[in-house]
Each structure stands twice: as C-alpha cells, then as structure tokens.
Design a binder for this molecule. Structure first.
Ligand code: SF4
Length: 98
C-alpha cells in the first residue's frame, strides 16, 4: 500500500470527505478544531486551493499522488468499497469458548 496525499478541496457548500470520520463533513472551524487538529493524517491545507485540507493515508485504490478530490460524494462512495488484498482475506483460527 502506498501513502497517498489526498487533497480534499471543499465544494460549493464547503463540504469535504473526511477519512477519519468516513463521512462528508463541513470544512468549518469545528471540523478543524475537533478533528483535523489532532488527526494523524492531517497534512495542512493544500497550496493553490483556498478551502482545502490535505490528508495522508494508505490507499488501496489506484489513484494519483497527490489525489485531488473535488467531489466529496464520489470520494465517499469510492471509499466504501473494501478491496481484498492480493494475498487473500486474512485467515483466522476459530477457538470455541467453553
Ligand atoms: S485531517 Fe483527518 S480529520 Fe481532518 S479531514 Fe483529514 S482525515 Fe478528516
């Protein structure tokens, strides 16, 4: 997996897709203070975009780096698809409780 810089540019109603919260949020003071400020993925605002936030996280998808997100709704939908790693799903041992 690659560490990708996701440049989330706020849309016309100041919304972005937030990976931490896995939802579309307003990029307002509350989001910045309560979530972005302490988020390990936070990488500042993106140069060239007035209302934006850059978030760095490992992305299983094949995307550009940086990955510029202009449509938070599409980004939300694309992030709900969970991909199975090439080595297959994790195996686990079932241990009954008795
Ligand atoms: S920095 Fe974290 S909390 Fe802020 S938008 Fe990105 S993922 Fe969400």
């Amino acid at each position: 997996m690659a560490l990708i810089t996701h440049v989330n540019v706020a849309n016309a109603v100041n919304e972005i897709y937030c990976c931490l919260r896995n939802k579309i949020v307003k990029l307002d003071a509350q989001q910045k203070e309560q979530f972005c400020k302490g988020c390990k993925m936070f990488a500042g605002s993106a140069a060239g975009y007035e209302r934006s936030v850059s978030c760095v996280w490992e992305d299983l998808r094949t995307v550009n780096n940086p990955h510029v997100v202009l449509d938070p709704a599409q980004e939300f939908i694309h992030n709900q698809i969970r991909q199975v790693p090439p080595e297959g799903p994790a195996l686990f041992v079932y241990t009954p409780r008795w």
